[in-house]
Design a protein around this ligand. Structure first.
Ligand SMILES: Cc1cc2nc3c(=O)[nH]c(=O)nc-3n(C[C@H](O)[C@H](O)[C@H](O)COP(=O)(O)OP(=O)(O)OC[C@H]3O[C@@H](n4cnc5c(N)ncnc54)[C@H](O)[C@@H]3O)c2cc1C
Length: 328
């Protein structure tokens, strides 16, 4: 094959939509590098997902139906992926950097003696040479990773690195591919999937969100942004460190491991704009960012950016809003 192979993720018969982002990466690379593009789907009784994947532009959707892949296990998926890769000999294997991929891909890579270029946020193509972009130092620096390894080269892309709705439609051929797995090889017996308790706050319905990040410095200071939220009749959201610290409840967290929101107005206060946060709010109609660091990545996606100290700016903003309201 020596083309590009994208891993399509399903669980309990439902396609993880982040798969589309990995396919978008695959579609772009396949046209820029002139390589064929295939998608592989592992599971049992997942034919309808294969059909859905076949409506997207690729050459082939490989469907691996096996009873031992009915439930996800790291043993089953890494063993199956290794057999798929050995059979198809792709040059690149692309995966979305989900929890499931994080779980099995290191084992799969190690079993093939390969490294995994994990958690990439993009790629660069210079004179036909591919390098991958990874964020380091909590997203403050982008590092270009050059590839020294021989194929297959295993790459995972962070959620939000590509837009799933940029996917090109097409009509791919579905081909069955078999793998050999035995019950003894699967050491883990999956129990029922753990589900979070239903969220009490549904920020997906909010029209205005004032979201607070680590720039707020302490729990007592949350009141500063709460006053802004009240003035704007907005809901409060937060970056992960705020919720991890217990300064606001977990259901206020926005981002890859929190809620995905699309309000009319999103005010990011003291939030740096790490990709895991951005992925949860980039679809807001208008993004306003307040940050004292002019180089904070949040300004890359903000429609309006204010460089300054939130402890000066937010109270001033509240005062102006109150004044405007009083004037009617
Ligand atoms: C697997 C995984 C999942 C994750 N999921 C999420 C997620 O769902 N949501 C999420 O948000 N993060 C998530 N993260 C964490 C993410 O990588 C970042 O660490 C996090 O978003 C940073 O939060 P922050 O912007 O509040 O803090 P920081 O990155 O510390 O940024 C604080 C910002 O405040 C600014 N600041 C400081 N003082 C002031 C001031 N006085 N006035 C104005 N600005 C000021 C600083 O310049 C800085 O830009 C995840 C990480 C991992 C590894």
């Amino acid at each position: 094959m020596s083309g590009i192979l994208v891993f399509a993720e399903q669980r309990e018969g439902k396609l993880n939509r982040v798969t589309y982002e990995a396919i978008v990466a695959g579609q772009r690379l396949s046209s820029e590098l002139g390589l064929s593009l295939s998608v592989v789907l592992l599971g049992s009784g997942v034919d309808s997902i294969a059909q859905e994947l076949a409506t997207k532009k690729s050459n082939t959707v490989y469907l691996v139906n096996n009873e031992h892949l009915q439930n996800y296990t790291p043993d089953g998926f890494s063993l199956a992926m290794r057999q798929v890769v050995e059979a198809l000999q792709p040059k690149y294997v692309l995966l979305a950097h989900t929890y499931l991929v994080r779980d099995f891909a290191p084992k799969f890579a190690a079993s093939m003696g390969k490294s995994l270029i994990a958690d990439c946020v993009g790629y660069k193509l210079e004179a036909g040479t591919l390098s991958l972009v990874r964020q380091i130092f909590q997203g403050k620096i982008n590092a270009d990773v050059s590839i020294q390894d021989s194929s297959p080269i295993l790459i995972s892309f962070q959620a939000g690195a590509f837009r799933g709705d940029d996917i090109e439609a097409g009509s791919a051929e579905i081909k069955a591919l078999s793998v050999n797995l035995s019950a003894q090889e699967i050491r883990l017996q999956p129990q029922e999937l753990f589900r979070e308790a239903k969220q009490s706050v549904d920020l997906t319905q909010s029209k205005i969100i004032v979201s607070v990040g680590r720039g707020i410095k302490s729990q007592e200071n949350i009141a500063v942004v709460e006053r802004l939220a009240t003035a704007l009749e907005a809901d409060i959201g937060a970056s992960r460190p705020i919720c991890d610290s217990g300064w606001l409840p977990m259901d206020r967290q926005i981002g890859s491991s929190g809620q995905t929101v699309a309000p009319k107005l999103y005010l990011a206060v003291g939030i740096s704009g790490a990709i895991q946060h951005v992925v949860g709010m980039k679809n807001a109609s208008t993004i306003v960012a307040i940050n004292k660091d002019a180089n904070a990545p949040i300004f890359d996606i903000a429609d309006l950016g204010i460089v300054g100290d939130l402890f000066e700016l937010v109270p001033a903003l509240v005062e102006e809003i109150e004044k405007a309201k009083a004037e009617g």
